[in-house]
Design a protein around this ligand. Structure first.
Ligand SMILES: [Fe+2]
Length: 161
């Protein structure tokens, strides 16, 4: 008769899980806020290159949602919860540059870039902070930074001289 085995929740130790949560949670919240505020930009953009910018904003919404999911699920895979309810996301995104109402595409592009730059600060902090703690979680942050920087380039290309 086989004996029931105890299976631990995760393969990692608590220090690793705590660090992943500490550094990846702000990234998740910033990205969730970015999905909402870039959708706002998608709906209200006017002016030059309307169709392209309108569609690019939706692409960025989709990417931000995917990045947030990857980072959140890394935390959960290590056995910890994350509070990404609306209240937490709203607090994190309170400094968004995206305005209310209709706006010109060149302005909204700058606003979304500013929001991305704020997330990049948290993402860089995660890359640095996780470097000697957990390379697997650091890899998640690196992947997000690479993706955000690419989306940032697509935005900048619309307004660069
Ligand atoms: Fe749409």
């Amino acid at each position: 008769m086989s004996k029931a085995q105890t299976v631990s929740t995760t393969a990692s130790d608590p220090t690793v899980a705590a660090a992943a949560s500490q550094f990846l949670s702000p990234v998740v919240l910033g990205l969730q806020a970015l999905t909402i505020n870039t959708k706002q930009a998608h709906w209200h953009v006017r002016g030059a290159n309307f169709v392209g910018v309108h569609e690019l904003f939706d692409t960025i919404v989709a990417h931000a949602g995917d990045f947030a999911d990857t980072a959140a699920e890394r935390i959960v895979a290590l056995g910890l919860p994350i509070d990404a309810r609306v209240k937490a996301v709203a607090e994190k995104g309170a400094g968004s540059e995206v305005p209310a109402g209709f706006a010109q595409s060149s302005d909204l592009i700058r606003n979304v870039i500013a929001d991305i730059d704020a997330i990049l600060v948290d993402t860089k902090a995660a890359i640095d902070g996780l470097d000697e703690v957990d390379l697997t979680s650091q890899d998640v942050a690196i992947e997000i930074m690479r993706g955000l920087e690419k989306d940032r380039w697509f935005l900048v290309a619309h307004i660069a001289e």
